[in-house]
Design a protein. Structure first.
Length: 359
């Protein structure tokens, strides 16, 4: 491997490193460029670093805008706060055991439980909100959560936020596409053809000019949201001189926001309807058929919020909670597993009551 090839390989690794983001393990990321055709990405939850999981953003041209969403991480119950750490792991913390403090973007709930949030501002918001909830009655907490859930399920606001992100970064993403093609295409071909020559140095000069333009575009795009972007001017200096930062400059606008992320189901106007329904069924099963669920129990507060949302969106119950396929065996409504006759609860789902076959 020549020195030029080694340098190229190192640069590819640096670029991919810039495409990696640590996000909360429960986060969803939407990637797209226009009103339709957005796709959802999930982080790799098997690996956690400082409470976050790595997610590889869309790395290839054309560059896409990104929007972050979070399911309901904190859910108040009568005796305890339910905290969703990952898709599979949930813990309960008694209200009188809360010891809330914020460290950067991490919210510490007690001595051992901590939750990574997208920003320090959001961590401070939840510290204040949970402090208020702890002083309320159980019914008041339920009402407060339903109000919060309704705000995060606003499909118009979520769509507007994502489209505004795409609009505000259009120039940055267009230049990043040119930048990427120039780095990985033009310069590599010229170096292979001419080696260390004036032609290659001229191409590098054009690359530097593109970086200066990208730095100016970044400062222009973030002038109204400077408070949400730490070390904004230093980041602009890095964009001006480091190609990998210049190609991902739009991420600094996409993901640096103090606004509270919407619930993933609020992306109904962005995602493909089929994939949105799959996500809706997943969230409904997890919130409706909680461990220990029985048909005689009242609707959990999360399921109540989702039910109201589906009703508002005119989504029929058969679409988000479809009946099981024709079977003569008891079926778990949460995981869909079938059991032999005589079994009444699903062992894998924490004792969820099985649906008995129709007579």
């Amino acid at each position: 491997m020549t020195d030029g090839q080694m340098l190229f390989a190192v640069f590819v690794l640096l670029y991919l490193h810039e495409c990696l983001r640590l996000v909360p393990p429960t986060a969803w990321m939407a990637a797209g460029t226009s009103r339709t055709g957005w796709s959802a990405q999930r982080p790799w939850t098997r690996l956690q670093i400082a409470g976050g999981s790595p997610l590889l953003l869309s790395a290839l041209p054309p560059m896409q805008a990104h929007a972050l969403a979070l399911p309901w991480v904190f859910v108040p119950e009568a005796a305890a706060l339910r905290v969703r750490l990952t898709d599979e792991m949930t813990v309960f913390i008694a209200w009188d055991a809360l010891a809330l403090r914020v460290e950067e973007s991490t919210l510490h709930l007690d001595e051992v439980t901590r939750v990574r949030l997208p920003s320090k501002a959001l961590a401070e918001l939840w510290r204040q909100r949970l402090g208020e909830w702890s002083g309320l009655t159980a019914e008041q907490r339920r009402s407060a959560f339903l109000k919060h859930a309704r705000a995060t399920l606003d499909t118009k606001a979520a769509t507007k936020m994502a489209l505004e992100t795409a609009r505000s970064t259009r120039a940055l993403r267009a230049l990043a596409t040119v930048h990427c093609l120039w780095c990985f295409g033009v310069i590599s071909v010229l170096y292979h053809r001419f080696g260390d020559s004036v032609v290659v140095f001229a191409a590098l000069g054009v690359l530097l000019l593109l970086q200066f333009i990208q730095s100016w575009l970044f400062l222009r795009a973030t002038r109204k949201s400077a408070a949400a972007i730490p070390h904004r001017r230093w980041r602009a200096v890095g964009i001006a001189f480091l190609p990998q930062l210049a190609m991902r400059a739009f991420d600094g606008v996409n993901l640096s926001t103090e606004a509270e992320p919407p619930h993933p189901l609020a992306w109904r106007g962005l995602m493909d309807e089929k994939r949105w329904l799959e996500a809706a069924r997943k969230f409904w099963r997890e919130t409706r058929y909680v461990p220990g669920w029985a048909q005689t129990e009242a609707l959990p507060v999360e399921a109540e919020a989702l039910e109201r949302f589906f009703r508002h969106e005119d989504v029929a119950e058969a679409e988000y909670d479809p009946p099981p396929a024709t079977t003569k065996l008891p079926t778990c409504p949460r995981c869909g597993a079938e059991y032999q006759s005589g079994v009444t609860a699903c062992a894998d789902c924490g004792g969820v009551e099985l649906r008995q076959p129709a007579a």
